[in-house]
Design a protein around this ligand. Structure first.
Ligand code: SF4
Length: 365
């Protein structure tokens, strides 16, 4: 059973199996069936106008004891599953008879959302974990180091541990602190860049400047982290598209992260920016304009990163009606595949001129 704030646990068994997880994780972590561990709750910033994820929630820290308690609970579940597997003659393999036996022993696991997540993680080899929620680096560094060491000690099969982080937080931590966190076992950071344009960063209340994005990202890489930066094509609408494209390329080139991931902007209901869209203050780009913006950004991008379109929001199609870009998590290696991406954009622009896509529906999702 996942423990959520305010949930009453009635039986001893429920208490024993309770651990807490949040809602959100990057698609690449879903693709690798990562173990989701909640280190903090919600977002400590929570002001970005395009974001609706935690708007009704309040940020809170979790104690080292609480997090270690969750890790212990998950470890107990794993140990019992493996015991059953050995007893049934499956040599530790987690398969259907093992899961049935486990549920017969503990029927409440049938409705335990976290149990499925743990099963999937075990079945694929228990290799990756993701720390929730929006900025685990907000924790005091010594506490984060302590729980990371504990996590790695409890689950030695882990090959990669990832978290979301804010550039501002990374820029504020010392290089020594970041190195200690990396050495304790956090390998990869996903950071929301959104744009490199200072004017637009201010308008959307990202709480960071382009230079702080560069400083935070560079420092994280110097500490050893693999860095994944998300940008939002279309965020500036018709008024800011060009400066958004050029400054995003400039800031990303100044940082040169391992991954650059495209998350096209869609005004989401519940986010402050949705009202600007509804009031027609914000004019969105159509499909052709989005690709024209993308073309400027990619042309000016001078990096050795992998550029990824690994999200359904990258909806553009080619002339045959197929998705324009591969949506895999490793993307296109730059600079080698930059010409390929530019030629795909040209193909998409041509397709848009023949059959403009109706992005109106997409905007309302
Ligand atoms: S920092 Fe991330 S989670 Fe927090 S409000 Fe901004 S986009 Fe949303």
């Amino acid at each position: 059973m996942i423990r959520q704030e305010g949930v009453v646990m009635e039986t001893e068994e429920q208490k024993n199996f309770f651990f807490e997880t949040g809602i959100y994780r990057p698609p690449s972590e879903g693709g690798s069936y990562s173990l989701l561990l909640r280190f903090t709750r919600n977002c400590p910033w929570n002001q970005c106008t395009f974001c609706s994820m935690y708007k009704d929630e309040i940020f809170s820290m979790r104690s080292v004891e609480e997090i270690k308690g969750d890790i212990d609970t998950i470890a107990c579940l794993c140990d019992e599953l493996k015991d059953i597997s050995w007893k049934l003659g499956f040599a530790g393999e987690i398969n259907k008879p093992v899961i049935i036996e486990m549920i017969e022993r503990h029927p409440m696991l049938n409705v335990h959302q976290g149990f499925i997540m743990v099963l999937n993680w075990l079945i694929v080899g228990a290799k990756t974990a993701f720390l929730q929620d929006a900025n685990s680096l907000q924790m005091k560094s010594d506490r984060l180091v302590e729980v990371l060491k504990y996590l790695r000690q409890k689950f030695p099969s882990l090959e990669r541990v990832t978290s979301y982080a804010r550039s501002k937080t990374l820029a504020k931590k010392s290089l020594e602190e970041l190195k200690a966190i990396y050495e304790a076992g956090l390998d990869r950071l996903h950071v929301g860049l959104e744009t490199g344009d200072d004017e637009l960063l201010k308008i959307v209340k990202k709480g960071v400047t382009g230079q702080e994005h560069i400083d935070g990202g560079r420092k994280a890489m110097e500490a050893g982290f693999q860095l994944s930066e998300y940008w939002m094509p279309g965020l500036g609408g018709k008024s800011f598209w060009e400066q958004h494209a050029r400054n995003t390329a400039r800031v990303l080139s100044g940082m040169n992260p391992h991954y650059i991931r495209s998350r096209p902007f869609v005004p989401s209901p519940g986010s402050p920016i949705f009202d600007s869209y509804a009031d027609k203050e914000l004019q969105l780009l159509n499909g052709e304009e989005q690709l024209a913006e993308l073309k400027v950004m990619i042309e000016e991008l001078d990096v050795t990163s992998k550029v990824c379109f690994d999200h359904a929001g990258n909806y553009w199609r080619n002339k045959k009606g197929y998705l324009l870009f591969a949506q895999d998590y490793e993307g296109y290696k730059f600079p080698e595949q930059k010409p390929k991406v530019l030629s795909l954009i040209e193909e998409g622009l041509e397709a848009q001129r023949i059959t403009p896509h109706n992005t109106e529906l997409l905007r309302m999702i």
